[in-house]
Design a protein around this ligand. Structure first.
Ligand SMILES: *[C@@H]1O[C@H](CO)[C@@H](O)[C@H](O)[C@H]1NC(C)=O
Ligand SMILES: [Zn+2]
Ligand SMILES: [Zn+2]
Length: 348
């Protein structure tokens, strides 16, 4: 395959990944969501009806019903990266005398990550149930701005505790609701936000570490090839030093899969690092993503009619106020890592 074709495939795949991740990593009201919707609107007149129907149906299946698709996709991508790392990079690094200890770090991180990933999937995020609701109501006071007392969920028919929200995908109300994460096919709420944070950090560490080892390997490959000192004859017969484009082309042609993987890892690393930082910020200021969006008026009955059933912001969103109640860093983190448990009423 020639360089240009390979490069074109590479760019297309990376762009597709970016678009998919941006569209589906969270809320509908993000700038990317708006961009996506407008793209769909422009393309719609040129696509046949059945295709539109089909894509709507599959989007609904994928994103509005619980399913394990993204968990499998996650495992598949991870498997591909680790297979590539083990079969190509590992051997090369051993040849250049990278110590076994540093080469085993990615596998240790993989184990840690898998553990938190499992807990995120398995842990109940804090479902509001008939039995527990009395205790759950007492955990947080209503702030009367984002959450009002006495509002019931029309679906679950239970009074909504402050900071809870009904998840449309799982069809249940969740205590201290953060968001529904398709990657773990579960809501992130009071009882699993800590695992979600640790999961994010371990994925970042994993992607970062594998990327560093791979980058190091490619650097050594370039140094070894002597390309930096090489030169070529241009059309006037003069000697020109081989520039960075030569090096990039050489790497692409010699190690296409490794370069591809490195690009993917760097992309994943920066995306998740940004996301992990955002969630750390929220943890530190004692706020959930749900409250963050609401207090900015992103989800509000004025612009989002279906949300009217939720206990949402009073008349108009007020952007000048801070809607969080921080009792200091340690206490806020303490609440995430040792979430308050609902006191169960003993019924005799
Ligand atoms: C976090 O904020 C809630 C209100 O949203 C408040 O009731 C709670 O006491 C706060 N917790 C800490 C540890 O500050
Ligand atoms: Zn509900
Ligand atoms: Zn959910």
């Amino acid at each position: 395959m020639d360089f240009l074709t390979l490069f074109a495939i590479y760019v297309v795949v990376v762009l597709t990944c970016i678009i998919l991740v941006c569209k589906y990593s969270g809320q509908q009201q993000t700038p990317f969501g708006i961009l996506y919707d407008s793209v769909v609107k422009t393309v719609a007149p040129f696509t046949p009806k059945w295709l539109q129907k089909f894509s709507q149906w599959s989007l609904h299946r994928l994103f509005h019903q619980r399913n394990n698709m993204f968990i499998y996709l996650h495992i598949l991508l991870e498997g591909a990266v680790y297979a590539e790392f083990t079969y190509e990079v590992f051997g090369f690094c051993r040849e250049m005398d990278t110590s076994l200890t540093s080469l085993s770090v990615p596998y240790v991180l993989l184990t840690i990550k898998t553990f938190f990933f499992y807990l995120c999937i398995r842990r109940d995020p804090g479902t509001v149930t008939k039995k527990k609701v009395a205790g759950q109501l007492h955990i947080y006071p209503y702030d009367r701005r984002l959450f009002h007392p006495g509002v019931s969920c029309p679906t679950c028919q239970l009074v909504k505790p402050a900071r809870s929200k009904h998840c449309r995908v799982c069809n249940r109300c969740v205590q201290r609701f953060d968001h529904h994460c398709v990657w773990v096919n579960n809501c992130i709420g009071a009882q699993n936000t800590r695992y979600f944070l640790l999961y994010l950090f371990s994925v970042c560490a994993m992607a970062g570490d594998v990327a560093l080892l791979t980058g190091d390997m490619l650097l050594h490959a370039v140094l070894r090839s002597g390309l930096l000192r090489a030169s070529y004859l241009d059309e006037y017969g003069e000697q020109q030093p081989a520039g960075p484009m030569f090096v990039v082309q050489h790497l692409f042609l010699t190690f296409p899969r490794i370069v591809f993987m490195l690009g993917f890892l760097i992309f994943v690393f920066f995306l998740l690092a940004g996301y992990a930082l955002f969630h750390s910020y929220l943890a530190v200021v004692n706020q959930t993503s749900n409250e963050w969006y609401k207090s900015r008026g992103y989800v509000c009955q004025h612009c989002h009619p279906t949300a009217a059933a939720d206990n949402l912001c009073s008349p108009a969103p007020d952007h000048s106020k801070r809607y969080y109640y921080s009792r200091g860093l340690l206490r806020n983190l303490g609440e995430i890592f040792f979430p308050p448990q609902p006191v169960q009423k003993k019924d005799n």
